[in-house]
Design a protein around this ligand. Structure first.
Ligand code: MG
Length: 387
């Protein structure tokens, strides 16, 4: 007897709930007619209410009563149906919905999401630890702690509040922080440097060429997003790989950047860039351009798990941020899914996204006031400073 089909009953989207929870996250729960539930994380950090309004509008207008499995069909409608497209709010709203629909589809088929994307190409995903302090003296201890915890890659944020154009003392201080970490961890631990868009295009050239000496695995977002397209490797003297993309939101934005500037590492975010569906495409386009991936993920467990599935699928993945975070384990019943062996997390193997959200805790926490905003920094003359 040959079996070439397995009955998978059609399931429609029946209802949804949104939860704004500490520290700065939004969880979307979609329930279907068959009782299957999927979770997504639609959020732009600091603009939670705006994204919630967008999700409500999209769900109510387009998705209630529709078949949950038609993910790409829905993606096209959500992206193109309003005539105006793209941007962080719409793409993050679509991103959270898309994650929840993939979660449902995986559960429907009894398969992890990466299996539905093709398959996993790796068993584990490398993860990095952030190191961030305003005090240069902290960098040695923080680096030691991370290495003792097993990390073999660290990401530093050495450029705290900066004027766009700085003198030698400030440049020396940024370099000193990276130098301390290199001295502490030696050559076998990788160091990434995230400049958080805090420096000018002209300072980028001066600073990044100095950072080459410490062999960073990459230098991330040296200048603010609207200035990224001004970076021209020919006019710059630094050799370190260039990473960016956490503030790009569609495959077309990535394509423009891939075509115009010499990116070595793309950093799409599975929430902010339109969900698993769109980030998968960005991953493939990056691969076709000879560009590797370090996924961005600065929010909660559902986005982190989405990241792991994409990292499992995409051969050009280098690593992603560690999901080790107190808040993440607060919201899931199976925190072992994120358990780490040194600098590695196993690819999830359970159906869907592979995490069990603790709805009771989520409901409880959603009652608490959550109004996280990123800090607003000012220079001495009160002009705006990049956070
Ligand atoms: Mg960054």
């Amino acid at each position: 007897m040959f079996i070439d089909t397995v009955a998978v009953s059609m399931t429609t989207i029946r209802s949804y709930d949104l939860y704004k929870v500490p520290p700065r996250w939004v969880f979307l729960r979609i329930e279907t007619s068959s009782g299957l539930v999927g979770w997504g994380e639609p959020i732009i950090e600091g603009r939670a209410d705006t994204v919630i309004a967008a999700v409500e509008e999209l769900m109510d207008k387009y998705l209630i009563g529709e078949e949950s499995a038609k993910i790409e069909h829905h993606w096209q409608l959500l992206y193109r149906g309003g005539f105006f497209r793209g941007g962080p709010i719409l793409m993050s709203a679509i991103g959270g919905i898309d994650q929840a629909l993939w979660d449902i589809k995986g559960k429907q088929h009894g398969a992890p999401v990466h299996d539905l994307l093709g398959s996993n190409v790796r068993e584990q995903v490398r993860v990095y630890q952030n190191i961030n302090s305003d005090d240069t003296d902290d960098y040695r201890d923080l680096a030691n702690e991370a290495v003792e915890a097993g990390y073999n890659v660290l990401k530093l944020f050495p450029a705290t509040q900066r004027q766009y154009v700085e003198g030698p003392e400030e440049i020396d201080e940024i370099c000193r922080r990276v130098e301390i970490v290199r001295e502490t961890v030696g050559p076998t631990v990788d160091i990434a440097v995230d400049l958080h868009g805090r420096i000018s295009t002209s300072m980028c050239q001066r600073l990044c060429s100095r950072l080459d000496e410490f062999d960073p695995i990459f230098i991330e977002e040296p200048v603010r997003p609207e200035r990224m397209l001004s970076i021209d490797r020919q006019s710059l003297s630094f050799q370190s790989p260039l990473a960016l993309g956490e503030r790009l939101h569609t495959r077309w934005e990535f394509k423009t950047h891939f075509n115009q500037i010499p990116i070595d590492i793309a950093q799409p975010d599975p929430t902010h860039a339109g969900g698993i569906s769109e980030v998968r495409r960005i991953a493939d386009i990056a691969d076709a351009n000879g560009i590797d991936l370090v996924f961005n993920c600065s929010v909660g467990p559902i986005a982190s798990s989405s990241c792991l599935h994409l990292a499992a699928y995409a051969p050009n993945t280098v690593m992603q941020p560690t999901p080790a975070n107190r808040y993440i384990s607060d919201y899931i019943e199976n925190p072992d899914v994120f358990s780490q062996q040194d600098s590695y997390v196993d690819v999830p193997s359970k159906p869907g996204l592979g995490i069990h959200i603790d709805r009771e805790t989520v409901t409880e926490q959603a009652g608490n006031s959550v109004n996280w905003q990123n800090p607003i920094w000012r220079h001495d003359d009160m002009s705006f400073a990049e956070w």
